[in-house]
Design a protein around this ligand. Structure first.
Ligand code: HEC
Length: 122
């Protein structure tokens, strides 16, 4: 179980310094803690482990400010609310930092196979 968790999480752990270097404007928030909260509070269940959506909205790339994100998660439109008693503003800053660290998917034109298919379209 411990080993499995390590294997599953290790690509993220290895990528973290790279991702952090790519997002110099990321807010002060603990990415590792955010990652744990993302799993513990089931964000992944509706938004996917990669944040690219599922039953819930796509979270990557994250366009919100940390303030809007925090206000939203405390008081959302449709998804279950996570009030201040459940997730503090500091915990949401960590979640925000983690979501910001998730890799954005490349554009279709940058994926060779998809670029070829797009090029072949009549
Ligand atoms: C039961 C499913 C579910 C869970 C669990 C869930 N969400 Fe959502 N989330 C949704 C749905 C559905 C939407 C889109 C509808 C809406 O606006 O409420 C959404 C929207 C959002 C948005 C707004 C995205 C946008 O661009 O408007 C954010 C941010 C978000 N969720 C963050 C989170 C975080 C962080 C967690 C974990 C703490 C979480 N969600 C857990 C279902 C879920």
């Amino acid at each position: 179980m411990r080993f499995r968790a390590f294997v599953v999480s290790s690509p993220f752990v290895l990528l973290m310094p790279v991702l952090a270097a790519q997002t110099p404007t990321a807010p002060a928030g603990n990415v590792q803690n955010g990652k744990e909260l993302y799993a513990r509070y089931s964000c992944y269940a509706c938004h996917g482990y990669d944040g690219h959506g599922g039953a819930g909205a796509r979270l990557v790339p994250m366009q919100m400010t940390v303030e809007r994100f925090t206000a939203y998660v405390h008081n959302p439109r449709q998804m279950p609310p996570y009030t201040e008693k459940i997730l503090s503003d500091a915990q949401l800053a960590d979640l925000f930092a983690y979501i910001k660290s998730l890799p954005v998917s490349p554009a279709a034109k940058d994926i060779p196979l998809l670029a070829r298919i797009i090029g072949e379209r009549p």
